[in-house]
Design a protein around this ligand. Structure first.
Ligand code: ZN
Length: 148
């Protein structure tokens, strides 16, 4: 299958998925409204309500995030940027797009992003902090050099 056809068929799948998510989100939101409208006097009922409320809102959050990814992918398809790496403008292999339709980076750039990404940035900062405090080591070495 040509790459363009593969993207077109993926577009159909994404549109169906988007519509399904929109329906689910509309359902979830109405459910949330119902839960909030209930004024349960019982403490247990209230706890159950808030627990369910939490689950529903978390679900809605995940779904709306995926919906945003789909919308983004569809816009990129429309503009002809779909399957093009945002970082290096390289072509993202169709195999990667099939596995991860919302991918906006090629595997190499994804690895780079993960290496310098937000998940490991705190570790890197700590490393830098430790490096800066290495002045003490330098002075110790100086002392040792003076002794010898
Ligand atoms: Zn790239």
């Amino acid at each position: 299958m040509a790459r363009k056809d593969a993207i077109l068929s993926m577009r159909q799948i994404l549109i169906k998925r988007r519509d399904a998510l929109r329906t689910a989100l509309a359902g979830d939101l109405s459910l949330l409204k119902e839960l909030r409208a209930q004024t349960a006097g019982d403490v247990v009922d209230a706890a159950l309500d808030s627990a369910q409320d939490e689950i529903s809102s978390q679900l809605a959050e995940v779904e709306s995030r995926e919906l945003a990814s789909i919308e983004n992918a569809l816009v990129r398809m429309k503009e002809g940027h779909f399957g093009v790496c945002e970082a290096c403008s390289g072509t993202i292999p169709m195999a990667r797009l099939n596995a991860l339709p919302y991918a906006t980076l090629c595997i190499e750039c994804q690895r780079e992003a993960e290496r310098y990404g937000s998940t490991s940035s705190s570790d890197a900062d700590w490393g830098r902090v430790l490096d800066n405090s290495g002045d003490a080591d330098v002075s110790i070495n100086d002392i040792e050099l003076d002794v010898s």
